[in-house]
Design a protein around this ligand. Structure first.
Ligand SMILES: Nc1nc2c(ncn2[C@@H]2O[C@H](COP(=O)(O)OP(=O)(O)O)[C@@H](O)[C@H]2O)c(=O)[nH]1
Ligand SMILES: [Mg+2]
Length: 269
């Protein structure tokens, strides 16, 4: 279908909301996911755009994005040389410029209606709004194996010690004030699946609260996550996050401004 003149006009305006989709070898799930996301964003009454971040996929992921038809929601591709979902989300967030940004998974496991709630909260002053399968109002359809469930239980216990008070750090559906997201992404060092923990911990470190919202979440087949391949890496990542957060100087917050040396009246002209 050719792009409509209104679509062209809207797509040429700077987006108010930009959404990052990390994607690795997603030729099967990405087309359906992008269709859903673009349809949802096209119904929003302001310009939006999508950034898909690929890590040298060996399938048609990149081609699908570069050949995505022009419409009212521009979709662009970023290639990230560093492997891992965390590295991809970091590259995507750093490629944004909108006042509000977020990320979601290519499989759209989280029902996209939650974008309306997230954006409403950001507009009313919240700076970090995340989908939470632990929220009492969430509807979660989970088909994970018992092994993955057990791993998730252990992960939550460790992650809870790093970002206190957050019930679900791992739902792939997070929205932010754009400036905060770009500042924290610039400091993000975790390349793999545990990156959400570091990202949230850094937002909290900068004085932001994390608002969890209910989601409708369906486990989708075709996950890139393998308990056998990824568990050890994730535990190591959590250990490194702990070290980074507890052994480096903390950034200044409004409550704890950075110490600055007093002006030296003698050396000052
Ligand atoms: N760019 C990139 N995306 C990744 C990588 N690993 C996972 N993803 C993406 O992260 C999202 C969540 O992955 P998924 O396999 O659904 O994990 P699960 O929902 O936790 O089982 C999907 O969009 C994946 O394509 C990676 O190494 N690079
Ligand atoms: Mg998934």
């Amino acid at each position: 279908m050719p792009p409509s003149p209104q679509g062209d006009e809207r797509a040429s305006r700077p987006p108010l909301l930009e959404i990052v989709v990390p994607a690795h070898n997603e030729e099967r799930r990405l087309p359906g996911g992008l269709l859903q996301l673009c349809a949802k964003l096209a119904r929003m009454p302001f310009p939006t755009s999508v950034i898909v971040v690929d890590n040298n996929s060996t399938d048609r992921t990149a081609e699908i994005v570069s050949g995505w038809p022009r419409g009212s929601v521009p979709v662009r591709l970023i290639q990230c040389a560093t492997p891992g979902k965390g590295a991809a989300v970091k590259a995507g967030l750093l490629g944004t410029s909108a006042p509000f940004v977020g990320f979601c998974d290519a499989d759209m496991a989280t029902d996209l209606d939650a974008i309306d709630v997230a954006l409403g909260l950001l507009l009313s002053g919240e700076r970090v709004v995340i989908g939470s399968r632990a929220h009492g109002g969430s509807h979660v359809e989970n088909r994970h194996s018992k092994v993955r469930e057990l791993g998730a239980f252990g992960f939550r216990a460790l992650a809870g010690a790093l970002v206190r008070g957050v019930g679900d750090t791992q739902c792939g559906f997070k929205f932010f004030d754009g400036v905060l997201a770009r500042e924290t992404a610039a400091r993000l060092r975790t390349p793999g699946f545990a990156f959400d923990v570091e990202l949230l911990a850094r937002c909290v470190e900068r004085g932001s609260t994390v608002r969890e919202i209910p989601v409708r979440w369906h486990d989708m087949p075709g996950s890139r996550f393998s308990p056998a391949r990824h568990t050890l890496g994730i535990v190591l990542e959590l250990g490194r996050i702990w070290l980074r957060l507890h052994t480096r100087p903390r950034p200044a917050t409004a409550a704890h401004p950075a110490w600055e040396p007093p002006l030296d009246p003698v050396g000052y002209p």
